[in-house]
Design a binder for this molecule. Structure first.
Ligand SMILES: NC(=O)c1ccc[n+]([C@@H]2O[C@H](COP(=O)([O-])OP(=O)(O)OC[C@H]3O[C@@H](n4cnc5c(N)ncnc54)[C@H](OP(=O)(O)O)[C@@H]3O)[C@@H](O)[C@H]2O)c1
Length: 252
């Protein structure tokens, strides 16, 4: 029987690519899929009825984490992995114009829900000697105009990854920088936020799209999926770019 994994942000983009990889043979994982948009999750359930459980909801409702774990245990009797992949870019605004209440709501999604998922999963992952993979971002390590909330929440996620690896030696935990990926997040960025980013930061993203340089979700998605199955102990606590040479065996 395949491993049992909770995957957040599974409805599109990188998360959907991860789900598809993990469901196919020989991985044949059992997945608890979490997102707000039900249709794509139900589509996966229709194709893989015994391997998929759907949990629809907003991760800023922190009770979802406990529910996801209960769902995994009730359906499959164990938990081997957690992939914290969901995330939002907004609010995108320069610090001078920022609204702290908006930051707080976005932190509930990007960071505090991740803490709750980790907390709820720890006892079961310890038992299974399981793994956690966080979908982080290059924004964690460098500033972009207007990305204060996004980048700082990903920097905090990287620290959460390090803390988890340090406190729980039986759990292997890795944070991945997926690069610039052709998903709704990039479309949102180009359609709504280029002016806020300004010409220098904004033009990088527009050029990557125009020059066909955005990655397919399956590229980092495959790395994330393979890591949740077999990331080795020596990577625990690390923040790595999806195509880092130490991850050569995890790329498609
Ligand atoms: N695309 C890039 O270039 C890029 C670069 C670096 C890092 N990343 C990271 O990669 C991850 C996946 O992003 P993506 O590019 O695949 O973007 P995406 O297509 O916008 O997908 C985001 C996913 O997160 C879920 N999500 C967002 N808010 C949620 C909420 N409140 N409750 C539950 N689920 C929520 C969405 O599902 P619903 O809307 O259905 O709820 C969706 O499944 C994110 O963590 C992002 O920060 C992306």
């Amino acid at each position: 029987m395949g491993k049992t994994i909770i995957l957040t942000g599974a409805s599109r983009g990188i998360g959907l690519a991860v789900a598809k990889y993990l469901l196919q043979a020989p991985q044949s994982c059992n997945l608890v899929l979490v997102a707000r948009t039900e249709a794509p999750l139900l589509e996966l359930k229709e194709k893989h009825p015994t391997q998929v459980q759907v949990l629809c909801g907003d991760v800023s409702d922190f009770s979802l984490a406990r529910e996801a774990v209960a769902y995994a245990l009730r359906s499959y009797g164990r938990l081997d992995g957690l992939i914290v992949n969901h995330g939002v870019l907004a609010p995108v605004s320069r610090l001078e114009q920022c609204d702290v209440k908006e930051w707080s709501k976005a932190y509930d999604i990007n960071l505090f829900s991740a803490v709750e998922f980790v907390k709820q999963c720890i006892p079961h992952l310890r038992l299974a000697r399981g793994r956690v993979v966080f979908t982080s971002s290059g924004a964690a390590t460098g500033p972009v105009n207007g990305w204060g909330m996004y980048g700082s929440s990903k920097a905090a996620m990287n620290h959460l990854n390090m803390t988890l690896a340090h406190e729980e030696p039986e759990i292997i935990s890795v944070a991945i920088r997926p690069g610039m990926v052709d998903t709704q997040m990039q479309r949102e960025l180009r359609s709504q936020y280029i002016d806020t980013l300004g010409p220098k930061d904004g033009s990088r993203f527009v050029a990557a799209h125009e020059e066909g340089k955005l990655l397919k979700p399956e590229q980092p998605g495959t790395v994330i999926a393979k890591l949740i199955l077999s990331a080795p102990q020596e990577l625990s606590g690390k923040f790595l770019t999806w195509n880092d040479e130490v991850l050569a065996n995890y790329q498609a």
